[in-house]
Design a protein around this ligand. Structure first.
Ligand SMILES: C[S@@+](CC[C@H](N)C(=O)[O-])C[C@H]1O[C@@H](n2cnc3c(N)ncnc32)[C@H](O)[C@@H]1O
Length: 247
């Protein structure tokens, strides 16, 4: 029996349901559509946290673009691009099979990757796992277009490749960042992204780390980053963690 189907998981989900339903009711129509269309792994609570972060940086006039590291099927990037129609949005991903975890990741990450590698991973709520699709980037572009956003390199750009290769080439061109969503599961990419984007985050800019609670490696990488970067304060820790650069 997998953890997701155990009696404990069932009880946890039943307890969680009203909270998720309340968050769903407060989401924008686009974010709700992303959940209905199975274009994001995020829960309503996590999506709501991100929509609040967009409102926060917009209200404070924080300069810079929005970036997502770990786009998968694009649901979060589409919701963020729609929530802040004046800002540039940059989505980074290999748009293919997720790179492997390393020895710095815990058992949960290793087991998850074994299932992915075996070819038996299920996708979002039973759909096709995006890592097995022939043209993930094409599918993501089509989803953006269906929701009225061109991901053609104008206001919204999708950068295919390892973060470790794409970000260093593009960082100067992209300039300051107001909001960064770090959603790449394992220790090494989380550690890389946090260190790489930190100098580019504007004062009062926000970083949301999706996997802080889910994966040990992501948590270790984030804790090490926070210890080394007192210019970032912890704002919220719920299903995800958000950090803010001191204004
Ligand atoms: C959990 S998924 C992202 C989920 C997505 N944000 C959503 O809303 O459903 C993690 C993504 O991170 C990407 N990824 C992980 N490590 C990477 C790396 N080093 N370079 C590029 N992409 C990476 C994977 O390809 C995968 O698409």
């Amino acid at each position: 029996m997998s953890a997701g189907h155990s009696p404990t998981a069932f009880v946890r989900r039943a307890r969680e349901a009203p909270r998720q339903a309340a968050a769903f009711a407060r989401l924008s129509p686009v974010a709700r559509a992303m959940l209905r269309e199975r274009l994001t792994y995020l829960s309503p609570v996590k999506l709501r946290r991100l929509e609040e972060a967009v409102r926060e940086v917009d209200a404070a006039g924080v300069p810079g673009a929005i970036a997502e590291f770990g786009v998968a099927l694009g649901g979060v990037s589409i919701a963020l691009a729609s929530a802040s129609p004046e800002r540039a949005l940059h989505g980074f991903d290999v748009f293919g099979m997720i790179p492997a975890p390393t020895e710095r990741d815990g058992e949960h990450a290793q087991q998850r990757f074994e299932v992915i590698e075996s070819g038996h991973s299920r996708g979002i709520r039973g759909g096709e796992y995006y890592g097995y699709m022939d043209d993930v980037l094409g599918a993501v572009r089509a989803s953006f277009a269906r929701h009225g956003v061109d991901a053609d390199g104008g206001r919204v750009s999708l950068h295919q490749g390892l973060f470790e290769e794409t970000w260093p080439r593009l960082a100067d061109e992209i300039g300051p960042l107001a909001l960064v969503h770090v959603d790449c599961d394992w220790h090494d990419p989380v550690a890389f992204v946090l260190e790489a984007v930190a100098p580019h985050v504007s004062p009062a800019g926000v970083i949301v780390v999706d996997d802080y609670v889910t994966y040990e490696g992501a948590r270790d990488a984030t804790d090490a980053f926070m210890a080394a970067h007192p210019e970032f304060e912890r704002r919220h820790l719920d299903e995800s963690l958000s950090l803010r650069r001191h204004p």
